[in-house]
Every structure is written in C-alpha cells, then in structure tokens.
Design a protein around this ligand. Sequence first.
Ligand SMILES: Cc1ncc(COP(=O)(O)O)c(C=O)c1O
Length: 482
Amino acid sequence: MTEQIHAISEWPDTRKILDQLDALVSQPMRPIPRDRMEGYLAYFEERCKKSKALIEDAREYIPGGVQHNLAFNYPFPLAIDKAEGAHLWDVDGNRYIDFLQAGGPTLLGSNYEPVQEKVIELIRHCGPSTGLFHEYELKLARLITKHMPSVEQFRMLGSGTESVMAALRTARNFTGNQKVIKVGGGYHGWSDQMVFGLRIPGTANLDAHGIPMDCLAHVQEIFPNDVDSPAGLRKRMAENEKQGGTAAVIVEPLGPESGTRPVMPDYNRQVRELCDEFGSLLIFDEVVTGFRVGLGGAQAYFDVRPDLTIFGKCVAGGYPAAGGLGGSAEIMSTLAAGIQSGKPRVMVGGTLSANPLSCAAGYYSILEIEKEKAHIKAGRAGDRLTRGLQSIIADYELPFVAFNHGSICHLETSGPMLLDMTHPNIIEEAHKRKDMMEEMGAAFMAEGIVTLAGSRLYTSMADTDDVVEDALERFERIFRHM
Ligand SMILES: Cc1ncc(COP(=O)(O)O)c(C=O)c1O
C-alpha cells in the first residue's frame, strides 16, 4: 500500500455538493426552535458572567468590543483563558472543543509543547526580533522549498494579506500586464485591491467602503468553476489582451472561502493552462491549504505548479507574523532585498517580518507536522467528523450540508455565502441567513463547541477519535430538536 501523503483521503463529489448547497438556499431556513434558542442564550447569561463583564468593558476601548473577525460573537464574545490541544477554556472555566484552531494555523493542536519549548528557548536567548538576519530565516525557507518544488525562494512576510499584496505587485512587475483576476466569493485578505467580490460571487465593490474605486480599476472577478462560459475565465483573459493584459489569476485552490464552493477536480489545471496561454502568472493562495492539505500544499495534491504561492497561518504555527511569498528564483529575484539603489525591484517587507520568533515557530511547526504526519491525522479527524455530521443530518432529515477536504470541514445550515446574486431579495435574504448562522454558532458554543463563524470547522492532530465522538454527541443534541 502506498503511503498517504495528502490530508484529503478522497475528493468529494463536487457536483453533488454544489447541488446540495443550491437546494439548501432554495428552501426556507430551518432555524433552531425559539424555546431551544432561548435556552442556549441563557447559557451565556448564566455560565459566562466573567466574559460578559470583560466584553462590556472592552466595548468602551475597542471598536465593537472585539479585535477579531474570525469567530461569531453572538450574543457576546467569550474571553479565552487557556488553550491546549483540542480544547479551549474560557475565563469562567467552561471547556470547549476547539474547531476554530485560531482560524486554521494550529494543525498540531493549540499550544503544542515541542514548538512552544523551542520558541521560549529562542526568546530567552535572543528575544523575538533584532532587525538583522537570523539563521531561522534560512532554516524555514529551506524547509519550505524542500516540500514545495514550485518554491525555489521564499520571502517571509507579516500576514497573508501582505503576501497577497506582494504577489500582485510582483506579478504586474514581472509580466508588465495590468489586470488581476480573482474568483468571486474568495478571500485574499483585506488589502485595497482584494476587498472585491467577497463572500458572494458577483458582489464586486459592495464591501469596498473607504477604498478609492481607482484601486479596483484593474481587478476583475469571475464566477467559481467558470472557465468556458461567455463570462468565464477564458473570455475574460482574451478581452484583457486588448487592455493591458492579465498579470495574474489568483485562486484559493480548493475554491473560494477555503472551498465553501468547492472546485471541480480539474479546475486548477484549466486555470494553469489559460495562464500559460495568455502569459499570466498563476497565484495559489495557500494561506489555509499550506500545510493543511499536505506539506506540498494543495499544489502537490492537484499536481499543478503555480508561479507564486501565498503562505500564512500554518507558516508560523499559530505564532504571530504569519505570511510569505514563494516562487521560482527568476520571479522571486525581482523582489527588493535589503537597501539597494539603482535596481528596479518590487518593494515588500516590514519591520517585524521574518523575525526570529515567527521563523523559528514556523520551522519547528513544519518539522513537527512532518514528523507526526499531523496533516494526515487532522485529515482523518476531519473525515470522521464530517461522516458523523452527515449521518446526523440524514437521521433527522435536515437540509444541511456537511463536507470536507481533509481537516477543512464545512457545515452549512443556512448558506448565506451560497446565495446567488440573481436572488430577488439578495441583501435581505443574506442577512436573515447570516443571523441563523450566528444562532447556530451560539448554540454550538453553548453545547461546548467552538467553530469558525458557525459554519467551518478546522480539525487538528489533537482531535482523537474520543474528541470527535464527544463533538458529534454535542451536535446531535442540537440537531435532534430541529
Ligand atoms: C485564503 C486566505 N488568504 C488570505 C488571508 C489573509 O491572511 P491574514 O489574515 O494573515 O492577513 C486569509 C485569512 O483568513 C485566507 O483565508
């Protein structure tokens, strides 16, 4: 038997999932009955008093009371006191199964001790940053290039958002072309150019508050999985030939929003072929998929070689300043390096980017992922969790949809991001469906499960069969009454 190297044990039937998702948003919602929901809300009032008091204070000093937009904060955010492996504890002492995993980075589980020890050792010896070269920069870059052949050189940056900015600038400089094409619904951080076509495909500049329209003049959106329709990628690239050419096509390789609308299995290959045909760079945003799908990222799984790869999250193992850009030596040599004059290089960088702490954390995390096969273990937990959810959904004849790509699991109960712009009351419907998703998130939390926005679950190596069984019993308690 060949050894499993990717976290995705089997590619789910994309067509079937997309049909199920369409069916979910074409029918009325199935929210939690009012009396049950009142019970869940009472949990927060009765059992989360310290969190509530902290958040009431925070509302005075922090806009909206929260700094993070990852977890849903309904009815109010919980203040977390401790994280370990598969679990979180709030300041009131309540324990939760953690399927947020910091938004994805902690594939080894929270606060994984072997990495934590190395980071503490480094801080004791050198502190987190000096502004000068540290050997861990080299160690991390070399390790990444070992696992991803398309990455001959790696530039560490401060976040996924920054790395996308760097990639777009690099692509324009390298190709001499202007246009950048993204897939509608996809998330590539919050830089000016990428707040475009967020969440629901076709929304274009709907969320671009405070962004000059000029910034978006060369950004275009195509519909997920659409290569050959009259509005598809091929046509768009052909039209761009007449107006400055396409510098890059940027995709999340599993599909927009970490595969919330999954790609057809051959989609990435088709995009690669079009990029070659039109002289454009293919950018894989592997902020979530590297190294969750495997040490070689989604590019190894699909066997498609992008020109540029965006890193984030796992690249610093859950420690701060997680970002990076990788590609061939030819392309990467166009990036600025140090203080240079007279060389027309692409300006990237930042005071704390590639600090020793982030590089050491990333280096040891990736080593541990490799040693422990953390992506495979997390992927198995994702399979088990998803199969369990699918069976509960079937038992109670609910319209909900559960699917996964390894440790990246989706549980759609109301599907606000899956609405179609042709829906007659799209804005109102999206709000109603988002409210239901928020209620689901609160119910999951009250049952002791933390999710990403009530609809996405990241598993980690720490999710043993017992943890998954425990989680499924908790989900069942909610779904049984719907
Ligand atoms: C696919 C993808 N790209 C880019 C980003 C932005 O990364 P960061 O939050 O580190 O800026 C994210 C963040 O969730 C992401 O999921």
